[in-house]
Write a new protein. Structure first.
Length: 138
């Protein structure tokens, strides 16, 4: 079945890169977000995080946030939770993956309602079988 999570991806696709504070600051800069904007965005999506907490994360004063706060930060930054969790675990996806069609499709697939995911899983399984068939042929 082709229902992978980022944690199930080949570990070769992961690498140690940015420390959490550098990651948070880079994403905020790239997205032109302030600490307050990150917090407000997360709060709008139903998460609880303050601008002060985002500031403390961005300045490196906090290095072990709770699961709920990492989820809130991801929502506020507009990034996939899996990506943010990997950063706080000291691992990140390589640039090739983050910008890939697979990553974009995965993020869109996750946003679908469960019934739609079940329907599309059939198509994904067919694609997986075709890829495997071609790999065996090569």
């Amino acid at each position: 079945m082709l229902y992978l999570t980022v944690s199930e991806l080949d570990c070769g696709a992961l690498m140690s890169k940015e420390i959490p504070q550098d990651y948070v600051n880079r994403i905020m800069t790239e997205s032109d977000l302030t600490h307050r904007a990150v917090a407000q965005r997360a709060q709008t999506l139903g998460h609880k995080i303050s601008a002060g907490y985002v500031h403390n994360l961005a300045s490196g004063q906090i290095d072990n946030p709770s699961v709920q706060l990492v989820q809130a930060l991801a929502a506020g930054l507009g990034r996939p939770e899996e990506e943010v969790f990997l950063v706080f675990r000291g691992r990140q996806l390589v640039e090739d993956y983050k910008d890939s069609l697979f990553a974009a499709l995965w993020n869109e697939y996750k946003a679908l309602p469960a019934p739609d995911q079940r329907e599309l899983r059939i198509v994904l399984q067919m694609l997986q079988r075709e890829i495997q068939r071609r790999l065996l042929k090569a």
